[in-house]
Design a protein around this ligand. Structure first.
Ligand code: DOR
Ligand code: ZN
Length: 344
């Protein structure tokens, strides 16, 4: 069995920088035409100038003969001035700003401490049609970690869209039935990305296997009922739900010990894992919309002009992938197989 799709794009990706960037970029560029590149570097990508420099480093790291278009984002801080938004619009290559609630996830310390502090900048984004990409979790330590996304909808998302009803928002890597329902019922300006790991795994995976910490990501995996709700909207054909892998590499050493960082590396099977998920519910015919058409539609871009082909054939996933000079990366399904193979 084979499956040919318009070449997909990844609407949520972590590429890191330096040696890490060079190690992971080919996995994405082989499969995806474009990707929305997350700005949570150290230090974060806060200005159009910084995004231009990062974009150049990405293009320089691309192996000869591969084509790939990085779509850049800025990291919203408490002090991002409204004036930066005109520069974003003029740049053409910065497509969105990313909201990290301060302390919510990896490299989010410079994030927004109070959404009200950035309202003038968000209002300018709404005026200029620049999307806000949201890590939708509250950081209130009294809120249960499994409930932080659902609480964010009530405390932040609804009030924000009440104040700025035209703001384009992508609720990133949704993990709950509440988020799926919220986006489903929202207007045409509100969309969501869904990762392959949140479609394939529920929270049992956090406690199973030899390396369960490698299934730790944020927002954390949820109960089966939430996974099923994500699957329902992913295969629904509703164009406001589209692919975003949130592939997030971390060196094995620090992930297993010092920081226990959140993030799952999936770029090595970035489209294949979604094919598995869609096939599991007999919805392979819905994959092209989700992976290749709906993201460009929301961002106002054309779909890619070429195609990729997957064949149903098990592929072994290595136990580790070269990453930094002194450490490796443990990919999703390490030492196991994925069910689809990408043809070159
Ligand atoms: O699992 C995650 N990893 N979630 C995030 O929000 C950040 C990301 C990362 O940068 O590692
Ligand atoms: Zn992410």
């Amino acid at each position: 069995m084979s499956l040919t799709l318009i070449r997909p794009d990844d609407w949520h990706l972590h590429l890191r920088d330096g040696a890490a960037l060079a190690a992971v970029l080919p996995d994405t560029a082989r499969r995806f035409g474009r990707a929305i590149v997350m700005p949570n570097l150290k230090p974060p990508v806060r200005t159009v100038e910084e995004a231009a420099a990062y974009r150049e480093r990405i293009l320089a790291a691309l192996p000869a003969g591969m084509s790939f278009e990085p779509l850049m984002t800025l990291y919203l801080t408490d002090v991002t001035p409204p004036e930066e938004i005109a520069k974003v619009k003029a740049s053409g290559f910065v497509k969105a700003l990313k909201l990290y609630p301060a302390g919510a996830t990896t490299n989010s310390d410079a994030g927004v401490t109070d959404i009200n502090k950035v309202l003038p900048t968000l209002a300018e984004m709404a005026r200029q049609g620049i999307p806000l990409l949201v890590h939708g979790e509250v950081t209130d330590p009294s809120v249960d970690v499994f409930d932080r996304e659902a609480v964010f909808i009530e405390r932040v998302m609804k009030p924000l869209l009440g104040k700025l009803p035209d703001l384009k928002v992508v609720f990133e890597h949704i993990t709950t039935k509440q988020a799926a329902n919220f986006v489903w019922s929202a207007g045409a300006n509100v969309a969501a990305t869904i990762t392959a790991h949140h479609l394939l795994l529920n929270r049992n995976a956090l406690f199973q296997g030899a390396l369960p910490q490698h299934h730790y990501c944020l927002p954390v995996l949820k109960r089966e009922l939430h996974r099923e709700a994500l699957m329902d909207v992913a295969i629904s054909g509703n164009p406001r739900f589209f692919l975003g892998t949130d592939s997030a590499p971390h060196a094995r050493g620090i992930k297993q010990t010092l920081c226990g960082c959140a993030g799952i590396y999936t770029a090595h099977a970035g489209i294949e894992l979604y094919a598995e998920a869609f096939e599991s519910v007999n919805a392979l015919d819905r994959l092209e919309g989700f992976a290749s058409r709906f993201g460009p539609l929301f961002y106002g871009l054309p779909a890619n002009a070429d195609t990729i082909t997957l064949v149903k054939e098990p592929v072994a996933v290595p136990a580790e992938i070269p990453y930094l000079a002194d450490d490796v990366l443990v990919p999703m399904r390490a030492g196991e197989t994925v069910a689809w193979r990408l043809l070159d």
